[in-house]
Design a protein around this ligand. Structure first.
Ligand SMILES: NC(=O)c1ccc[n+]([C@@H]2O[C@H](COP(=O)([O-])OP(=O)(O)OC[C@H]3O[C@@H](n4cnc5c(N)ncnc54)[C@H](O)[C@@H]3O)[C@@H](O)[C@H]2O)c1
Length: 326
């Protein structure tokens, strides 16, 4: 059924000689919309300044750093044993969170152990814990996530970061088994991780933040790198985030993507280590003419994981040196 139409008068785009234009817009009757939820109110920023102007005894305190705090929060990070996931885990723990790193190896890496010790020395109140988990194992992910949420009575942040890249093969020759494997880890794995975490958040009425590591490859095709399943999978991850975000928005659970550009990690080293000239090819495709370092994702994950981003959801935040601008 087509919506009712209403005639409105507008002066937009009209010259003085033409006078106001009559346009017809299809308008859903406003009374059919549900009542809007109230926007939250906090005595911070401009509100605090205006309050202080009328209340001289009001203690002026800067709150912006505190908005990024994850003190007493609990987080899980898949694929956190190395690379981007390990950096994300350190950021969350630096901000005060108890962070559970979920990854495949029976024993965590030396890099993880060094980070765990470093976080302990920083004494932020945060910590790193390690659990073996495979993101493609739905019941396993549900179990480990539930155990963590039960232990602390909460789960605030979930980063579905585990991923694999696969070989470069021309599209008409790409092995179907590899295609399936990459979709299984990079798409089904993200779905199962988010599903497990959101279930715990909903049951506990937690205003959680769920973050997917997608990729700029979800929006563009990597020139000269024939990675058809990887780019396809990452595009699916971007849509997955939007779909989850739209279902749980009124529960104040936010779901966003971080889409890195070319970052030097174990994953990309598999190519850069074999053919160093690939670096020039990748770098030349962004306006900054360089690859990114893992630490350059720190601010982005701090923003999305914390209360600094309470009105940001369904978003794909690209951190790619402007690669997608060209
Ligand atoms: N490095 C880049 O340039 C780049 C760019 C864009 C996106 N990404 C994405 O960032 C994420 C992390 O990649 P990285 O570069 O840090 O590489 P990485 O290889 O260092 O990290 C990937 C991690 O995922 C884990 N993992 C793989 N399969 C798993 C499974 N089934 N269950 C649990 N853990 C699993 C690995 O053990 C590893 O610790 C990936 O999703 C990747 O696609 C990387």
């Amino acid at each position: 059924m087509s919506p009712p139409e209403e005639t409105v008068t507008t002066g937009n785009n009209s010259s003085v000689a033409d006078g106001p234009q009559k346009v017809v817009l299809p308008i859903t009757p406003f009374e059919t919309y549900p009542k809007a939820r109230a926007a939250p109110k906090e005595l911070i920023g401009v509100e605090a300044a205006l309050h202080a102007a009328k209340n001289p005894d009001f203690q002026a305190v800067s709150t912006i750093a505190g908005q990024f705090s994850l003190k007493d929060k609990v987080a899980i990070v898949t694929g956190g044993n190395s690379g981007i996931g390990l950096e994300y885990s350190v950021v969350l723990a630096e901000l005060g969170a108890i962070v559970y790193v979920l990854d495949l190896p029976e024993a965590p890496s030396e890099d993880y152990a060094a980070c765990k010790a470093y976080i302990k020395k920083l004494a932020t109140g945060g910590s790193l814990e390690y659990r073996v988990a495979n993101v493609t194992d739905g019941p396993g992910m549900a179990k480990v996530t539930h155990e963590i949420a039960e232990t602390h009575g909460r789960l605030d942040v979930c980063i579905a970061n585990a991923g694999i890249l696969g070989p470069v093969v021309d599209c008409h020759e790409y092995p179907a088994d590899w295609f399936r494997k990459i979709m299984e880890v990079n798409v089904t794995g993200v779905f199962l991780t988010a599903q497990a975490a959101i279930k715990e958040m909903l049951e506990r009425k937690i205003k959680g933040s769920v973050i997917f590591t997608a990729s700029m490859s979800g929006s563009i095709i990597n020139k000269d790198m024939h990675w058809i399943p990887y780019t396809t999978a990452k595009a699916a991850v971007v849509q997955l985030a939007k779909a989850f975000a739209c279902e749980v928005g009124t529960n104040e659970i936010r779901v966003n993507c971080i889409s890195p550009g070319h970052i030097r990690t174990r994953m990309t080293e598999a190519y850069l280590g074999v053919e160093p000239l690939i670096e020039n090819c990748w770098a030349a495709q962004n306006p900054m003419n360089r690859l990114g370092s893992v630490y350059e994702l720190r601010g982005t994950v701090a923003y999305l994981a914390s209360d600094a981003s309470t009105y940001t959801t369904g978003h794909d935040l690209q951190v790619c040196g402007g690669h997608t601008a060209w």
